[in-house]
Structures are given as C-alpha cells and as structure tokens.
Design a binder for this molecule. Structure first.
Ligand code: SAM
Length: 288
C-alpha cells in the first residue's frame, strides 16, 4: 500500500491528502495504532474544517503558532505549509514514528510531554494558538492560554457546549466563570459548528470552531477569585454564593444594593461592570 510523501507544497495529484479518511486509517494501521479515547484522539478528516481553522487562526509566514496535540500531524502540516513557525505539544509517545514521517522537512518543532505541564509564559509575543484540542482538558488549557502574556489569540476546536460557554454573555444560557474569564481577557466568537463525521473516530458530541482574541488586559487575582466564588453554584443567588466563602450577609447586601441590584440577583445575570462595582463595595477580598 502506498502512503503520501511528505511533500508540503502539494497534497493532491499523486496521493490522497493526509487528512483523507483513507490515509488516516492507513497511517494508523501501518504504525499499529488505535486512537485512544482517554487522550481525546479524534483525528480531523475534513479538509474544509482544517483549512478554516488554519486560516481563521492566522497561520501565515512569520507567525508563531502553538498547536496542542498534533496527532498524526494533519493540521500541523497545514500550519507549516502556510509558512507559520510551528511548535506543537504531544503527550502520546506512540505517535513519534508517525510524526517523524508526516512532519519530515516541515521545520515543525515537536515538544513531547503533557500540555498541562508546559510553561506557556515562555512563548514569544504574538503567538497564536491553533489546535483541535483534546476535549478532556480543553477548559484547563484555555485558562493557561489566557494567562500567557505572549499569546494573542486561540482558534480551537472544542465541544460545542464549551464554545457556547466561551461566547455567552450575562443572562444567556451557558454564561458562567469561563465566559466571564473570556470577557475579562478579550473576546470569543463561535465561527462554525463541526459535525461528528469530520473526525475519525467520530466523537460523541458536536464540536465548534471558536476564536478567542486576547486584549492583553489581565484581571487582578483577587477579582478572579471573587468571580470564581460568585459564579460557583449556578442557580444560587450571588448572596448565597458569597456567603459560602465567608462574606457577611449584611456586607454583601450593602454591596449588591450599592450596584443598584436586588438581593435575590444571580451572578450569571449580572454584567461584569456591575460585578466589579459589587467587588469594590466589599471591604476585603474574598477570604480563603
Ligand atoms: N491535531 C490532530 C487532528 O486534528 O487530527 C489531533 C487532535 S486530537 C483531538 C488531540 C491530540 O492531543 C491527540 O494527538 C492527543 O494525543 C493529544 N493530547 C491529549 N492529551 C494531551 C496532553 N495532556 N498534552 C499534549 N497532548 C495531548
């Protein structure tokens, strides 16, 4: 059986493209691999989605791109083909021989290890994250991207439910701590939904491509902690959530009234500017 040569300029003509279901299955079979569910291994097999992520993510000559989880190298190659300077983090060492073949001559730097342990603060200014994220750690990774000073955007495939939470505004379904963090660091836009059939093997949930832009602004750790407590239990009132972390009821009521709101208000309905007002009305940061 033939397999595609690592020709970065042209993926057509002589062989099926790397992302084709046939090639993905052939690579897995030839290297004796089975996708591992616990590592979120759902490989992209749709060329349109692949190009959309690379394009929307801003992969272009001279741009520093960080990818998480290259898998078989399908998206990685597309990023490199567009001239980006790519670093990709992969935990599954079994993929080493596949990536040696598929990324040969691409100039991509593969870092082996757990993306949760990577030091994102070392990335150069202007870095763009472009990735089909392992879903089981997508929100943990997004928090790390937000905190990294060099990262200016993240264009990622995530579960639809996470994309909705990222782009929700107060009062909308899905609004919570993740939405608030996204607004405090920049903005998020859901670009398009992606059906299960765009992956091999097909995941259990629908996915979405979402683009986050980071403004460079950083909330104070005290305000972040306050929001975490305020939005901790959905459907509980803000008052009750703050009582749970030790704030005095009388003090809370005064702060909520000071922001022009009623005591039965829930944090997920409150705009961030009013949350900041309430926070400022509290005498001390949230106790430990
Ligand atoms: N980019 C490939 C694609 O689109 O076909 C694969 C994406 S697949 C959804 C997620 C990838 O992340 C897999 O290659 C998986 O091995 C890798 N991965 C899972 N957990 C990881 C971790 N903690 N650190 C680094 N990579 C991880």
């Amino acid at each position: 059986m033939t397999h595609p040569t690592p020709d970065l300029a042209a993926e057509t003509d002589h062989a099926a493209p790397l992302y084709s279901p046939r090639t993905v299955r052939e690579l897995l079979a030839r290297f004796g691999l089975r996708p591992t569910k616990s590592l979120g291994q759902n490989f992209l097999i749709d060329g349109n989605i692949l190009r959309l992520i690379a394009e929307a993510g801003g992969a272009a000559p001279g741009v520093s791109v960080l990818e998480i989880g290259p898998g078989l190298g399908v998206l990685t190659r597309e990023l490199a083909r567009r001239g980006a300077s790519v670093i990709t983090l992969e935990k599954d060492e079994r993929l080493r021989p596949v990536l040696e073949e598929t990324l040969e001559g691409s100039g991509v730097s593969v870092v082996w290890g757990d993306a949760l342990d990577y030091d994102y603060s070392q990335l150069p200014p202007g870095t763009r994250v472009i990735a089909n994220l392992p879903y089981y750690i997508s929100t943990a990774l997004l928090s790390r991207f937000m905190a990294a000073p060099g990262i200016v955007s993240a264009t990622v495939l995530v579960q639809r439910e996470v994309a909705v939470r990222l782009s929700a505004v107060p009062g909308q379904d899905g609004y919570g701590y993740l939405s608030a963090m996204t607004s405090l660091h920049g903005s998020a836009r859901l670009l398009r939904d992606v059906p299960k059939g765009a992956f091999y093997p097909a995941p259990e949930v629908t996915s979405s491509v979402v683009r986050l832009e980071f403004s460079g602004k950083r909330p104070t750790p005290e305000f972040v902690k306050f929001l975490e407590a305020a939005l901790h239990h959905r459907r509980k009132t803000l008052r009750n959530n703050l009582r749970l972390v030790g704030f005095d009821g009388v003090v809370i009521d005064a702060a909520i009234r000071g922001a022009g709101l009623g005591e039965s208000v829930r944090a997920e309905d409150i705009p961030l500017a009013s949350m900041a007002q309430i926070f400022a009305g509290l005498p001390v940061p949230a106790p430990d």
